[in-house]
Design a protein around this ligand. Structure first.
Ligand code: SF4
Length: 628
């Protein structure tokens, strides 16, 4: 029985069964392992560089390697790349990435094992973001045109046993879809389903589907909705997961883990790509860590089961809670620093959690990414006089509180998910001066905590709930992937009024920045500039990684802006979707700048483009000087 029609179970990780698709002999879907993949950033015409990048990625563990083919020239050169790889005995399947041109797809299908097409631009011209009114008849006529353009590719792929990925991007939906559905998860799903129905009608089933967006919420909701739609229309085709334009470094890893991890945790996904604005081989260990985290995940002890969700998993609604101080209600989720394990409180830890002591005023000052509260435990509870004026919380046993206490006494209580029985629900129901710190020791902590949230919601309990997780990892990347997957998955569904992460093997600074990055990646609290940067591909005509670093250095002190840094004008403007400002490659040495979706300056020299971007931000009143 499919829970809420998008996954097999809410209480155990059961892989969603999909059709098996062969990509050059490599099976994707069914019960085959989740495949990891990456994509070339080299020019496809540079055979040597592309082959070398492919080999490095395969050595790192890539199961498939994707290469862009912007025109017929590149599509033809795929033959040379394939030949070079075959000559050295390399059989890893290659995937061609196609936008706009069916002719190019036909050429590419002669040389590779899989062709990715974008239903937003395969048969339709570039979207003009104009709303058109289609009658039913006109809409159907459009679909006939799509079928006419798709059919030759289906026939060729059938003949050559080549697979197709229907790769929907949130930022490049056709005007037809946008007019009827807007750029919504429903629009993304319909964009895929239109193509899928044509494939099925023509008995072509070697299909993988993806729903990508740089907005993690949209990515998760659209994929769940697609699963639900495929279940209704049958069968379920394998799913490729990825967050587009995730960026680089910590932010890129955390954003990918929030989006991809949320779905893997419910058994959804047959192949993944972690898109980073870095070398392609860097993506593979991150993707492998994500896959490994969910592989063989047992649920021990068995979770107190959830039947139906009391919220809609296809749209965002935050769980309602009664606010206290800055916690709960409409306040953004808080970050609580766990200092309970310290024997002595030193300024250093508080500073690593983002607070600064002003010697003159003798006051602590906080910034955008400062812990909102500090939790001191029995080991140091008597030593906090040295840090007064810091917002602190103390924990009480949930068993000891009673609902008759004065409202002046506000309680913070830890609650283990498996403690939450009917008697306890009855006891805490109606207590309004309580915040719960919800902890889990279950091996499937996400499902365990979700189940506890559901039971609280079903009982009508509205106290704020902080998501509490403990990690023992000393490897930063592993810690970030695990915590972002576990906590992000709850936040994406509007569950949680804050987070408290305990990771005593890591520096407080890392734990603090990870907590804020998870909140931002799940789009629940913005505390820093967000960079929506594409990973780059054969269409990129400038050094993307260097440019992102330069732009970050100049703008990372700005708060709450989204800046898109995109390699090409062909897909960049659409794919940076909801960026406030955009820096988009427009040709060799040329850049176009955008304010929202509107082009501000076209094809300006790359040498002055960052300066011009800063001027544009200033002109729009979004600039502030760096604090020294
Ligand atoms: S936006 Fe970036 S990754 Fe996408 S096609 Fe253009 S250069 Fe390639």
């Amino acid at each position: 029985m499919l829970a809420n029609r998008y996954c097999e179970s809410l209480n155990r990780l059961i892989r969603l069964k999909s059709l098996e698709v062969s990509v050059g002999g490599l099976i994707i879907g069914g019960f085959s392992p989740i495949r990891v993949q990456t994509m070339a950033t080299t020019s496809t015409n540079d055979t040597e560089a592309t082959v070398n990048q492919c080999i490095r990625s395969i050595q790192a563990g890539a199961g498939l390697f994707r290469i862009t083919a912007p025109s017929l020239t590149e599509a033809k050169n795929l033959a040379n790349i394939k030949k070079r790889l075959t000559n050295i005995g390399e059989k890893t399947p290659l995937v061609a990435d196609i936008h706009f041109n069916p002719e190019v797809a036909l050429e590419a299908a002669l040389h590779v094992e899989k062709v990715r097409i974008n239903p937003g631009n395969y048969a339709d011209p570039r979207a003009k973001f104009n709303a058109f009114e289609y009658t039913e008849q006109e809409y159907s006529a459009e679909l006939i045109k799509v079928e006419d353009k798709l059919l030759p590719l289906l026939n060729l792929c059938k003949e050559r046993s080549v697979a197709i990925r229907i790769g929907v991007n949130h930022g490049s939906l056709s005007d037809r879809i946008m007019s009827r559905y807007g750029d919504t998860p429903a629009g993304m799903v319909e964009s895929a389903m239109e193509f899928l129905r044509i494939c099925k009608k023509n008995n072509f089933n070697n299909i993988v589907i993806s729903m990508k967006a740089s907005n993690t919420r949209v990515m998760v909701q659209s994929t769940r909705l697609l699963v639900s739609k495929m279940i209704n229309e049958g069968p379920v085709y394998p799913l490729h997961l990825g967050v587009t334009e995730a960026g680089e470094g910590e932010d890129g890893r955390i954003k990918s883990a929030v989006g991809v991890g949320t779905l893997l945790a419910d058994g959804i996904g047959d192949t993944i790509r972690v898109s980073l604005t870095e070398e392609p081989e860097n993506e593979i260990p991150v993707a492998n860590k994500l896959v490994n985290y969910f592989e063989n995940r047992e649920t021990k002890p068995v979770i107190n089961g959830v039947g139906e969700l009391p919220y809609d998993p296809f749209s965002y609604n935050r769980r309602k809670s009664i606010p206290f101080d800055n916690i709960g209600g409409n306040n953004p989720p808080v970050v609580i620093a766990d200092l309970s394990y310290l024997k002595e409180i030193r300024y250093q830890e508080l500073e690593e959690w983002g607070w600064n002591f002003n010697e003159q005023t003798k006051n602590w000052i906080h910034g955008e990414q400062s812990a909102d509260y500090f939790y001191f435990g029995p080991a140091n509870i008597n030593k906090i006089s040295s840090v007064d004026k810091i917002p602190t919380i103390f924990l009480e046993s949930i068993e000891s509180i009673d609902n008759q206490v004065s409202e002046k006494n506000y309680h913070f209580c830890k609650l283990a998910c498996n403690q939450l029985n009917d008697a306890l629900i009855k006891k805490i129901n109606g207590i309004e001066n309580l915040t719960i710190l919800l902890e889990t020791s279950n091996s499937n902590g996400y499902a365990d905590q979700r189940s506890a949230f559901v039971r609280l919601m079903n009982a009508g309990i509205k106290c704020p709930v902080i998501i509490l997780r403990e990690y023992k990892d000393s490897d930063v990347e592993t810690f970030q992937i695990k915590s972002a997957s576990d906590i992000g998955a709850l936040l994406i569904d509007g569950l949680g009024d804050g987070v408290m992460i305990t990771a005593s093997s890591l520096s407080p600074k890392i734990v603090c920045s990870t907590a804020f990055s998870i909140l931002q990646a799940a789009r629940t609290r913005t505390t820093k500039t967000e960079y929506i940067s594409c990973p780059g591909c054969g269409r990129t005509l400038f050094n993307l990684q260097e440019t992102v670093s330069t732009i970050k250095a100049a703008t990372s002190h700005l708060k709450g802006l989204k800046i898109g840094v995109m390699g090409c004008i062909v897909n960049g403007p659409g794919e940076m979707a909801d960026a406030d400002y955009g820096y988009v490659g427009a040709g060799s040495g040329k850049v176009s700048l955008y304010k929202g979706k509107v082009v501000y300056k076209k094809s300006i020299p790359e040498a002055t483009a960052v300066e011009e971007l800063i001027n544009l931000i200033k002109e729009n009143g979004d600039w502030r000087e760096k604090e020294l």
